[in-house]
Design a protein around this ligand. Structure first.
Ligand SMILES: NC(=O)c1ccc[n+]([C@@H]2O[C@H](COP(=O)([O-])OP(=O)(O)OC[C@H]3O[C@@H](n4cnc5c(N)ncnc54)[C@H](O)[C@@H]3O)[C@@H](O)[C@H]2O)c1
Length: 417
């Protein structure tokens, strides 16, 4: 507890976690009175797993009819969302659904979140991009993640690609938070190594970035009585600390051996706990710059976060020294000299990124030096994230971070890696 905390904490209404917990879902939905649903997923789950068929049959036995949409794609676009809306409304006819179930990684969950808005009256999703003055009408979402990383099952936002200008746009409101987040770690057992790495480093980024972000008592809520994000508090930090500790134990293990069930379960918890932290505190420079890197390279969300995380940590070494020391200790950095321990943390994280098979510099990502000014400009334009970076001069800090991430250099180490 801190006496000056001002907390606005928005978790999902129900969180169900456990191996095999998927079997509980139809009965829970029946008890809550749901009768007609849309299940949003992708062809991997309908074609290669029994989970969709099993769910639809078990739901039917509970009196719940389900229409399945399996056209989900990685990094869904606004165009895909509008096409899915038209297809589903035609399929559904006069009967409107009373809930949406998302099965899949962050991409399917985000598409389902967007459909919760558009299926109400067929509006295009772009009508909901940007600040919504009034809480929107939307269908309740049940989110069932199959990757351990994005935490979209506990956040207020859906990230979509706008193909017209190749940027990512956010649809965001607390109304979009899933009413049920069901985390069955068994779903993640089939994730291939790259999906495990991308999602896992995303979870670690969420946990660390939210642990170090702007405090809730300094956060500008812009007069919103129901802010989606509102800065870190002792409540969000307790989830972040637990998530960091789980990532320290299980991230590399889950990547090295996908059959390591203890590690898979650990990462499923880590992902959700990280989301309970960042889903209310919000994020800052790692994601802000990563969105710009993704705009230039079209690389995956997790990998663009991964390349930036060590250099953002390096920049925060003096501003967030105590918290970085906590994180260093969690990762087993035991130098008696605290400054040395803090200084070693960005290098350790950079080693984890490399061990996950992800490029550890912007140059290795294929970005040219001449693109750095454009990258800086694009990153600073994501003002919601830039304004939560806890430093006095954000443009100067972003410029230093980008320069060092390009070269693979750390300020506090002073040497090329
Ligand atoms: N809304 C949010 O709060 C939020 C937060 C972070 C990321 N995101 C978004 O999430 C997306 C990334 O999500 P992701 O990392 O979960 O990957 P993903 O959802 O894009 O999935 C990647 C691939 O992995 C496959 N896959 C998923 N689960 C699997 C499983 N259990 N077994 C085998 N294959 C599986 C999918 O079919 C897909 O082909 C990005 O679009 C990002 O913008 C959203």
């Amino acid at each position: 507890m801190r006496s000056n905390d001002v907390i606005h904490f928005c978790p999902p209404a129900r969180v169900v976690i456990g191996c095999g917990s998927r079997a509980q879902l139809p009965g829970l939905l029946q008890r809550l009175g749901y009768r007609r649903g849309v299940l949003v997923t992708d062809a991997y789950f309908t074609g290669h797993t029994p989970w969709v068929r099993e769910y639809v049959q078990a739901a039917q036995a509970c009196g719940i009819e389900t229409v399945v949409y399996d056209g989900g794609m990685p990094d869904p676009t606004t165009t895909l969302c509008d096409a899915a809306t038209r297809q589903l409304l035609e399929q559904l006819g006069q009967v409107r659904p009373d809930h949406v179930v998302a099965l899949g990684g962050g991409s399917n969950i985000d598409l389902a979140k967007a459909l919760c808005l558009t299926l109400v009256d067929g509006s295009p999703i772009k009508d909901f991009v940007g600040a919504m003055p009034q809480a929107p009408r939307c269908l309740p979402l049940v989110a069932v993640p199959t990757t351990a990383g994005t935490g979209s099952e506990a956040t207020p936002g859906a990230i979509l690609v706008d193909p017209e200008n190749a940027t990512k746009v956010a649809v965001m409101d607390n109304q979009l938070r899933p009413v049920i987040a069901l985390i069955d770690p068994e779903f993640t057992y089939s994730c291939p190594p790259k999906v495990t790495a991308d999602a896992g480093i995303d979870a670690l980024t969420h946990a660390v970035e939210s642990y170090l972000t702007l405090d809730c008592f300094e956060f500008d809520r812009q007069g919103n009585p129901d802010p989606g994000y509102s800065g870190r508090s002792t409540l969000t930090m307790s989830f972040a600390r637990e998530a960091i500790s789980l990532c320290a134990r299980f991230l590399l293990r889950a990547y090295a051996d996908g059959g390591d069930k203890e590690a898979r379960i650990g990462m499923a918890y880590a992902s959700h706990y990280a989301a309970l932290s960042y889903g209310s505190s919000g994020l800052n420079a790692v994601h802000g710059i990563a969105y710009a890197v993704a705009g230039l390279t079209h690389k995956s969300h997790g990998s663009t976060n991964a390349v930036m995380l060590p250099y953002v940590l390096d920049e925060l070494a003096s501003v967030r020294r105590a918290e970085m020391l906590d994180v260093a200790r969690i990762f087993g950095i035991d130098d008696a000299d605290e400054d040395a321990a803090v200084g070693r943390l960005p290098m350790l994280v950079r080693d984890i990124v490399a061990k996950l098979g992800i490029p550890a510099t912007l140059a290795e990502f294929g970005i040219g030096r001449e693109q750095l000014p454009e990258l800086l400009k694009d990153a600073l334009q994501v003002t919601r994230l830039a304004s939560a970076f806890p430093v006095a001069d954000v443009p100067a800090a972003y410029a230093r971070i980008i320069e060092r991430a390009f070269e693979g250099r750390f300020l506090h180490e002073g040497a090329l890696l």
